[in-house]
Design a protein around this ligand. Structure first.
Ligand code: GTP
Ligand code: MG
Length: 464
């Protein structure tokens, strides 16, 4: 399944937002990917609350309709004072906004394409519109769509109000240098509960492009004191990361090693045989995959594969799993992706490994957080997203952490660091919970309970 991205240019998006106010747009449906049919439209856009249509034609127009009401296929005419038609033309003119005629209804909620009377989209189940100005909306066809009724693309976005800032943040973060230093010190001096283990081993797991590699780079940069980009990050249709990497982090140039290994993995994709394979991930969790192993979804790692570490010790196994999710895509996680996460969670729970949900790109998701990162736990919108994610993953809200990674900056920033450090600190707390989940003998020997490790190896997996 290709990654579904918006066709709106940055300028077109700005123009559209200027008509809608303080909101965020979430792409629900893209006809070139999901089909130019009423059925495809309704299966993705019904019961979604306020939406806006973006129809594109070869004449360079982006035009459409906004309604604050649901599409439900009820067969009745829906009145909506907030509904309007609009058009954005190439060339930077002010966008056209056409409000409905007061006494008329906004759209006919039938099972065909969206029918706003004056504009009917996906007319006759095809990539075209029907234009009948003058009924419930009045406009000049030349101004609305340049009289070009064929569509080159058709998208529908959910319009999400960003709400206000909470009077009191739902999580207390101390935004000062003292706190930054305190967190840094506590992480550097961290010692795992089990004596034979020197470093917490944390794995980052999440969809393609969620920000896993960038999170590692950011944490690495923060401890180094300057920007680094050791892990290759970026955007592509499929996962940029193809190797399993277990990264050490140094505190300052030539400094000591931070007691944390961040493991980066290939991105998850919703379909089988693409992206990180779940069985490969289970081997990673059990400590069977060596650093730099080239992951191949078509040939999952096995006992005899080079790069397979048969004798895994408590130092090799994963102590905390971090699910990384792009905050902008929380509402767009498909059922297939959620099912994949559920299956990973079941297996991870079985292994007794604590889990954290990391929501990245809060700056992209919420302008209030972009403006001032200290708004991150005050933003009503981000709180809603955190709740939504916690519910769909079945992970308590207390395990959901919000971060902004270094993506464009050249200099470190105290507030960005504090959020990153808070997340790392929590990962170390959860690592301690992992050790508590293990059977620990009086003399601090821990027995590796991992069922796949052959019995003759259980001696080697004991902590000495
Ligand atoms: N604005 C912003 N951009 C981010 C943030 N985190 C990551 N990005 C950007 O998101 C894109 C994808 O990031 P990656 O770190 O490569 O994502 P990944 O999860 O490692 O992706 P794969 O390896 O392909 O699975 C990059 O262009 C990053 O710059 C963030 O917190 N804020
Ligand atoms: Mg990556």
């Amino acid at each position: 399944m290709p990654v579904v991205t918006s066709s709106l240019s940055e300028d077109q998006q700005k123009d559209l937002l200027s008509l809608l106010g303080h909101v965020r747009l979430h792409l629900l449906y893209k006809a070139s990917v999901h089909g130019f049919t009423a059925l495809a439209f309704h299966s993705r856009c019904d019961w979604q609350g306020p939406t806006v249509i973006a129809a594109y034609n070869a004449a360079g127009f982006v035009f459409g309709a906004h309604t604050s009401q649901d599409y439900t296929q009820s067969g009745v005419e829906v009145c909506d004072e907030k509904a309007f038609l609009y058009s954005i033309q190439a060339g930077g003119n002010t966008p056209l906004r056409v409000a409905g005629i007061h006494t008329k209804c906004a759209f006919n909620d039938n099972n065909a394409g969206p029918d706003f009377g004056a504009l009917v989209f996906l007319h006759e189940n095809a990539a075209k519109i029907q234009s009948n100005p003058g009924g419930n909306f009045t406009f000049q066809p030349a101004e609305m769509h340049g009289e070009d009724v064929a569509l080159t693309e058709f998208e529908v976005y959910r319009v999400e109000g960003l709400g206000d800032l909470l009077a009191k943040p739902w999580r207390n973060i101390r935004w000062n240098e003292e706190r930054r230093q305190q967190l840094m010190k506590s992480i550097i001096s961290y010692k795992p509960e089990v004596k034979s283990v020197q470093q917490a081993r944390v794995v980052l797991v999440g969809p393609v492009g969620a920000g896993k590699s960038t999170f590692f780079n950011s944490v690495n940069s923060m401890f180094r004191g300057n920007m680094t980009s050791q892990a290759i990050a970026g955007t592509a249709g499929k996962s940029v990361t193809t190797q399993f990497r277990a990264y050490n982090i140094k505190a300052g140039k030539g400094g000591g090693v931070v007691p944390l290994i961040l493991c980066d993995t290939m991105g998850l994709e919703e379909n089988a045989e693409v992206g990180l394979d779940i069985e490969d991930l289970i081997h990673i969790l059990k400590g069977n995959v060596k650093d730099r192993y080239l992951l191949n979804p078509l040939t999952p790692i096995q006992g005899e594969t080079p790069g397979f570490k048969k004798q895994a010790t408590l130092n090799d196994v994963i102590h905390c799993v971090v699910y990384v999710v792009d905050t902008c895509k929380v509402s767009l996680l498909s059922q297939k992706m959620l099912d994949k996460f559920a299956s990973i969670r079941k297996k991870t729970n079985h292994l007794g490994i604590p889990q954290i949900l990391l929501m990245t790109k809060v700056d992209e998701a919420c302008p209030l957080a972009a403006e001032d990162l200290q708004n991150v736990y005050r933003s009503v919108y981000l709180q809603r997203k955190a709740r939504e994610l916690s519910e769909s993953f079945g992970i308590p809200l207390s395990c959901v952490l919000l971060v902004k990674s270094y993506s464009a900056e050249l200099e470190l920033d105290r507030d960005v660091d504090i959020l990153l450090l808070t997340a790392v600190d929590q990962m170390l707390n959860y690592t301690d919970s992992f050790f508590e989940n293990q059977v620990i003998e009086e003399d601090r020997e821990a027995i590796d309970l991992y069922s796949s490790v052959p019995s003759q190896q259980s001696k080697t997996s004991r902590v000495n």
